[in-house]
Design a protein around this ligand. Structure first.
Ligand code: IVH
Length: 698
């Protein structure tokens, strides 16, 4: 491509991105790519000055003010900063200052570069009278109504006693949306089915551009001051750092990280310190800013184009990059959680090559509206797993008829590892494989839990041996433990030693290995006789802890009765709510799990069973309750299950032994009889109040 063609293309790309960002408040490309386009365009224009035009994006600082806001001409222009991305660019900057000022170790005001929106606040006689965005640097938008809603911005300066009130003081700084507020905003937006914000900066920009300041007021924005504009009737301090302190003295917020550093070493140390703290700061920053501290020296250095020569922004590596989505895989975790994973065309993000990124879950895929072939924005922050942050909808590949070329992604209904059914509990976004006892992805986890002390208590079977047994293929399911032989264990040990580079086979070590294997086999053998509640806990059904396992064992008496129980019958068990009853039911509904249980039985695992005990315990223990008439909140079976779970015996007919009658809509003869016998009667509302008080329903 020729230089003028590429220049045209870059200008169009940048103009489109500006439009999406500034006018639509919907960024289409990450900053890193935008910055690269700008750099390339600047370089091309520098080598081909004959192609520079006034409408090139390099010739302006930011977007045009929206026609809906009044224009404000800045008394002192709002400038921009030059960027440095590498240490040697910072070294050049410091060297120029040393050369121009003769200071060998110049002092700098060092500040976080807040990722928000630059604004100016004009205080006249101490009162806030005007507030505007930067706009193109000369003319901005009057957004005072919106700025007044930000509580971090004082409506009047707090002038310390004994000091004169400045006639005019223009304060410059950054409006931003704190990370936590941004997260909360998006959670709510998602719940309400509204469009989420792409990032906190867009949250701030979009909020300030609201024509209705009542909307802005609902967005928790904040503000940090970092400089001044026009000043009259106020003696300015000699250094920028002291100036910032006086602003703080007037009640203007300063970023707590603001500091003073000297020379190149000092500023670079600050850069690294803030880089480490970046993740934990409550607001987004995209770099740090170094400003020559002495104001007389600043004046001496002056400006070049629209940026001061006495200051520079040292940017952090971008945390977002664009690439293309080549496929979507589905991974099964150790707990059975099924996670969709994006397979990406390799891209460097913040110094690391990324080829996979999490898509979290089906909800997230729907929210992102992501498809194979899409251009996507990947984000990587610190040690967090890279994720797909959003897509670039304009770059979706389309078929000839304008419809998307690739179909929407659908989550599998069976586990990609083992084919067991996949389920999603009410109110959860995670999908899980139900084949906990069978699924290879969950094997190690299942075995470790099964063998643990409070479960089957298999002595000698620690995590390390579980790993080896599975890795060398001696054990697939928990039932396989019960057919291990001495030869198996010794062979496994030899393979593990060979893998670890241990040379065994001295007679002594051989004996130790044999003793270890015999002990383990003894431990496994001992675990063959256990209690039903231990077995139930050992099965590793999600959310079935020891207490629930105990209740289940007591309630059903035997495993077969539990396996055959319906969701409603499970709901009757104390401690068992709708989510857990669905999980238990789903677990036993999965044939793979039942096969493993059958294999356990076949290989001699036994557990004590007894008669079901469904009485006593709970506030209704010893009471006999009769349900009659129609209920609207749930079926009579469900209501009965709740009452049983609280200790009641539920009966079909009213007699002298009846303690309580719950009478729904159009209750007939049973209600009459209860009245006759003087038995306590509740209506449906009374029942619901009671169940609510007992925490059975919400
Ligand atoms: S000083 C004459 N200090 O970065 C210097 N700017 O690219 C004017 N920013 O428009 C800016 N934190 O939106 C300065 N501590 C800081 C800053 C900061 C964020 C933003 C601001 C400005 C842009 C310059």
């Amino acid at each position: 491509m020729s230089a003028p063609d590429r220049i045209d293309e870059l200008r169009r790309l940048i103009a489109d991105a500006d439009h999406a960002y500034y006018q639509l408040d919907a960024p289409s490309v990450p900053d890193a790519e935008y910055d690269r386009w700008m750099r390339e365009l600047r370089e091309l224009e520098a080598t081909h000055p004959e192609f520079v035009t006034t409408d090139s994006p390099t010739q302006r600082v930011a977007g045009k003010p929206s026609s809906a806001f009044a224009e404000v001409r800045h008394a002192v222009p709002m400038l921009s900063l030059n960027n440095a991305f590498a240490d040697d660019e910072v070294a050049d900057f410091v060297r120029r200052i040393v050369e121009a000022t003769g200071e060998s170790e110049p002092a700098f005001s060092v500040e976080p570069k807040i990722d928000g929106l630059a604004i100016t606040l004009r205080y006249e006689h101490g009162v806030l009278v005007q507030g505007a965005t930067r706009g193109d640097g000369t003319t901005g938008e009057d957004v005072i109504a919106n700025l007044r809603t930000i509580r971090a911005i004082p409506l009047a300066l707090r002038v310390p006693a004994g000091l004169p009130v400045p006639e005019v003081l223009e304060v410059r700084g950054e409006v931003y949306m704190p990370k936590a507020a941004f997260e909360r905003f998006n959670e709510r937006a998602h719940a309400a089915g509204e469009k989420p914000l792409a990032n906190p900066r867009n949250g701030a920009a979009g909020s300030l551009r609201q024509l209705d300041s009542r909307i802005t007021a609902k967005r928790p924005l904040a503000f940090f001051a970092y400089g001044i504009g026009e000043v009259q009737g106020f003696g300015l301090p000699a250094t920028h750092s002291v100036l910032l302190k006086s602003l703080a003295g007037f009640g203007l917020p300063l970023a707590p990280e603001v500091d003073v550093a000297s020379g190149l070493d000092g500023v670079l140390a600050y850069y690294r310190r803030i880089g480490v703290a970046r993740e934990t700061l409550p607001y987004d920053i995209d770099g740090v800013v170094y400003k020559l501290d002495r104001r007389d020296l600043q004046e001496q250095m002056g400006f070049v184009a629209r940026a001061p020569r006495w200051a520079i922004a040292h940017k952090f590596p971008a945390q977002e990059e664009v690439t293309s989505l080549e496929g979507i895989d589905v991974q099964v975790g150790r707990t059975g959680a099924i996670t969709p994973v994006a397979r990406l065309k390799a891209v460097r993000v913040a110094g690391v090559v990324v080829t996979n990124a999490t898509l979290h879950n089906a909800d997230q895929i729907a929210r992102l509206d992501v498809r194979v072939g899409d251009t996507v924005v990947v984000r990587r922050a610190g040690d967090v797993i890279p994720e797909v942050a959003r897509i670039v909808p304009e770059r979706r590949p389309l078929a000839a008829d304008g419809s998307p070329l690739h179909p929407a992604f659908v989550m599998p209904t069976t586990c990609p590892e083992c084919g067991s059914a996949v389920e999603r509990a009410e109110g959860e976004s995670v999908m899980r494989c139900t084949g906990g006892l069978y699924c290879p992805a969950q094997r190690k986890q299942a075995l470790i839990h099964f063998a643990s002390r409070r479960a089957m208590d298999i002595e000698g079977l620690g995590e390390r041996f579980v790993e080896d047994l599975v890795d060398f293929g001696y054990v697939q399911t928990v039932a396989d433990l019960y057919r291990l032989t001495l030869d198996d264990l010794l062979a496994m040990k030899r393979r593990a030693d060979a893998r670890d580079g241990v040379t065994p086979e001295t007679v002594k070590q051989g004996k130790i290995a044999t003793r270890w294997a015999e002990n383990l086999l003894g431990g496994i053998d001992q675990s063959r006789n256990t209690a039903l509640e231990r077995l139930l806990f050992a099965l590793g059904i999600r959310d079935v802890g020891e207490a629930t396992a105990k209740q289940l064992a007591r309630w059903f008496g035997g495993l077969d009765a539990l396996i055959a129980a319906s969701v409603d019958e499970l709901l009757a068990v104390p401690d068992v709510g709708p989510v857990v009853s669905a999980r238990i039911h789903g677990f036993f509904a999965e044939a793979h799990n039942r096969e493993v249980i059958a294999a356990l039985r076949e290989r001699g695992v036994q557990w004590l069973e007894g008669p079901p005990q469904r009485t006593a315990e709970g506030p209704l223990a010893g009471k006999t309750v009769v349900l009659t008439g129609g209920l609207s909140a749930f079926s009579r079976d469900e209501a009965g299950a709740h009452l049983e779970a609280l200790g009641a015996k539920v009966a079909g007919s009213v007699s002298k032994k009846t303690s309580l009658v719950v009478a729904g809509e159009a209750a007939g003869s049973k209600l009459d009889k209860a009245r006759e016998l003087g038995i306590e009667v509740w209506d449906e509302a009374g029942l619901l109040d009671f169940l609510r008080a007992q925490g059975r329903i919400a």
